[in-house]
Design a protein around this ligand. Structure first.
Ligand code: FAD
Ligand code: SF4
Ligand code: SF4
Length: 480
């Protein structure tokens, strides 16, 4: 092993080639090229095969990273794919959009002075290769089970659960209020981070595996939760969080100020070929505009980079803390800066100016004060530090909260936490309603795709335990 691995001393870290910023600004294609076979093997061989792999511990899916790196270094790609797909339903998606700097790669223990193994890019390479070579096949369960499971939400949590349950032979029906499968993978995250075909080929695989999809079906409006409970042996709620946080500042109701997700959804729909009146009218289109995005998370980063690609005149990101204290990935900030986005750190909106349409954002400078209970420094306004920034499109990217699900689903007995996320018993993953489980952002609050996959997989296991227990009890009664 030592011969082939442990190459981090002599082989420098290399990511796949990144397209030049000037070219990236003109299209919505992904920004990284794929690894070539020898490059992937060379990078995988940098791993020192730790006895206690911190990369694996800090991956929410506990992917068997050192083993699939070794298999890749040895050119045994089909085995690498089998290992990688055993713990992750969407390795090629996580390889593209996980914030690896905070998860696996950020915890790679390669000695200081040498940089971490490029785990995400190798993971993406393995599964992209598997797709190209036809190794990714529809599920054929060893035995069919009669029980059906209804899943509400076709985002990563719902889809991971659907795949796992189908593997066990359950009849799986997924309901979603959108017209497409994928949740935020399709309508939130832009194409330049995750090309839509990557999500759509996963949808096709699930359909070919006989998972059925009921789209344009809003549970609560088109069908009730009670009806689903009667229709299925178990129900899983994986509806995500969509209520955008707002800003309480004068002028926030002016035209030209929009929630970030409306803007990103319009752009994604346009990219998918839909007719989008708000995009075509220019309302949710940055072309030729001075754009100000408020927020410092992943959604804000996606907005600024989308605006650049739509041909905005200028794009600024306003964030009330500094670069070191922003929630978004540092890698994304770097990409945005390369693409021409200007970051206005330590600044907060105080008012929006304009007649009917916004023309300026009145900002105030911020000083970071003493840490609060969460340990984060408290932003404090600096008196008389106002600056007006020109803007004819302002996007609010301040995060998301859950909707009032018990009301929306006419299920007053569905228990929620103080944050309005669904309350579950963490051992069984069941909500307060018998046979109704929950997973993903609707339980955690706005989180990450990799956590949604983890939750979906865990929930599938718990649903199986619940249904297997019921089947056993029924068999006992029948035998008596
Ligand atoms: P979702 O993906 O939100 O899916 C929920 C689904 O439920 C949706 O399809 C919705 O239509 C459906 N639904 C909701 N209510 C109903 C109802 N009543 N009836 C029927 N269907 C319903 N994470 C990363 O790891 N990396 C990133 O780079 C990243 N970028 C992001 C960028 C943006 C703009 C946003 C908003 C989020 C980003 N995230 C990222 C977070 C990630 O997308 C989410 O954590 C993840 O998608 C949550 O998965 P989920 O399945 O719980 O919910
Ligand atoms: Fe890293 Fe995400 Fe892959 Fe885990 S799933 S190994 S955190 S890129
Ligand atoms: Fe390899 Fe780094 Fe993981 Fe160690 S921590 S097993 S060197 S990838």
């Amino acid at each position: 092993m030592a011969e082939r691995m442990l190459k981090f001393v002599g082989t420098p870290q290399a990511m796949p080639d990144k397209r030049p910023a000037a070219e990236r600004r003109r299209d919505f294609d992904e920004i990284y090229e794929g690894f070539a076979r020898d490059k992937a093997a060379e990078q995988a061989a940098r791993c020192s095969q730790c006895g206690v792999p911190f990369c694996q511990i800090h991956c929410p899916l506990h992917n068997n990273i050192p083993d699939w790196l070794k298999l890749t270094a040895e050119g045994r790609l089909e085995e690498a794919y089998e290992l990688s797909s055993a713990t992750n339903n969407f390795p090629e998606i996580c390889g593209r959009i996980c914030p690896q700097d905070r998860l696996c790669e950020g915890n790679c223990v390669i000695e200081k002075g040498f940089e971490s193994v490029t785990i995400g890019s190798v993971e993406k390479y393995i599964t992209d290769t598997a797709w190209q070579r036809g190794w990714v096949k529809p599920i054929q369960p060893r035995r069919e089970r009669p029980e059906s499971v209804g899943i509400v939400g076709a985002g990563p949590a719902g889809l991971a659960a659907a795949e796992q349950l189908r593997r066990k032979g359950y009849q799986v029906a997924v309901y979603d209020r959108y017209d497409r499968v994928g949740g935020l993978l399709i309508y939130g995250i832009p194409n330049f981070k995750l090309e839509k075909e990557i999500v759509q080929r996963r949808e096709k695989l699930l359909r070919d595996s006989k998972v059925s999809f009921h789209l344009n079906c809003d549970v609560g409006r088109d069908v009730s939760l009670e009806e689903l409970r009667a229709r299925h042996a178990a129900v899983l709620i994986a509806t995500g969080v969509y209520k955008a946080r707002d800003i309480a500042a004068p002028g926030v109701g002016l035209a030209g100020i929009a929630p970030a997700l409306d803007y990103l959804t319009a752009s994604n729909r346009h990219g998918l070929g839909d007719s989008v009146p708000e995009f075509e009218s220019g309302m949710l289109n940055a072309a030729g505009k001075d754009v100000v995005v408020i927020g410092g998370g992943d959604t804000a980063m996606d907005c600024v980079r989308t605006a650049v690609r739509q041909g905005a005149k200028s794009v600024k990101c306003l964030y009330r803390r500094d670069r070191a204290n922003m929630p978004g990935s540092q890698r994304e900030v770097k990409h945005a800066e390369e693409e021409g986005v200007e970051f206005v750190w330590l600044a907060a909106p105080q008012a929006f100016l304009g007649q009917e349409t916004v023309s300026h954002v009145r900002t105030v400078r911020i000083h970071l004060g003493m840490p609060d209970a969460s340990g984060r420094q408290t932003p404090q306004e600096i008196p008389n530090s106002h600056v007006n920034i020109e803007a004819d499109l302002v996007l609010k990217a301040l995060g998301f909260d859950p909707e009032d699900l018990p009301a929306a689903m006419s299920a007053p007995d569905l228990g929620v936490t103080g944050w309005n996320t669904l309350k579950i018993d963490w051992k069984s993953m069941m909500t307060s309603l018998d046979g109704v489980f929950a997973a993903g952002d609707i339980v955690r609050g706005a989180s990450l795709v990799v956590w949604a996959v983890r939750d979906g997989r865990d929930a599938a296991e718990r649903v199986h335990t619940y249904l297997a227990g019921k089947a056993l009890a029924a068999a006992r009664i029948a035998a008596e």
